[in-house]
Design a protein around this ligand. Structure first.
Ligand code: SF4
Ligand code: SF4
Length: 124
């Protein structure tokens, strides 16, 4: 079961998870062309080895260990993680479209500062 990045990554995007991932399956990295344009980072579901190292590294608790563990309001972002392929503009556009729709659909959640957003999800 792949790990999943969710909306506290938006506005944070500090790549702390990238630095600890042993298989380099989180993209885009800072040295990749897509980094500036990406709204958040994505975990490649087939390359992730479920080691869990990224979870404590994330300063805003944006990463969940499974689809089941991902909160209801964030489940739309599972697909964004699933389809993003670094270096493929079409999949980046598709993933970013999901993220932008998520931001538009959840203005209440996104108004919460990123550092408090994970804890705030239970209120929505
Ligand atoms: S669980 Fe491990 S392999 Fe998967 S994204 Fe996190 S650090 Fe990388
Ligand atoms: S550590 Fe968390 S906030 Fe930082 S890039 Fe990774 S998922 Fe996003």
């Amino acid at each position: 079961m792949p790990f999943i990045i969710t909306d506290p990554c938006i506005e944070t995007k500090d790549t702390a998870c990238v630095d600890v991932c042993p298989v380099d399956c989180i993209h885009p990295r800072k040295d990749e062309a897509e980094f500036a344009a990406a709204t958040m980072l994505y975990i490649h579901p087939e390359e992730c080895i479920d080691c869990g190292a990224c979870v404590p590294a994330c300063p805003v608790a944006a990463i969940y260990e499974s689809i089941d563990a991902t909160p209801a309001h964030q489940k739309d972002l599972i697909e964004a993680n699933a389809i993003y392929r670094n270096g493929d503009a079409a999949t980046m556009d598709a993933a970013e479209a999901i993220v932008k729709k998520h931001v538009a659909d959840h203005a209440d959640i996104m108004a919460v500062p990123a550092a408090e957003r994970q804890a705030a999800h239970a209120r929505f």
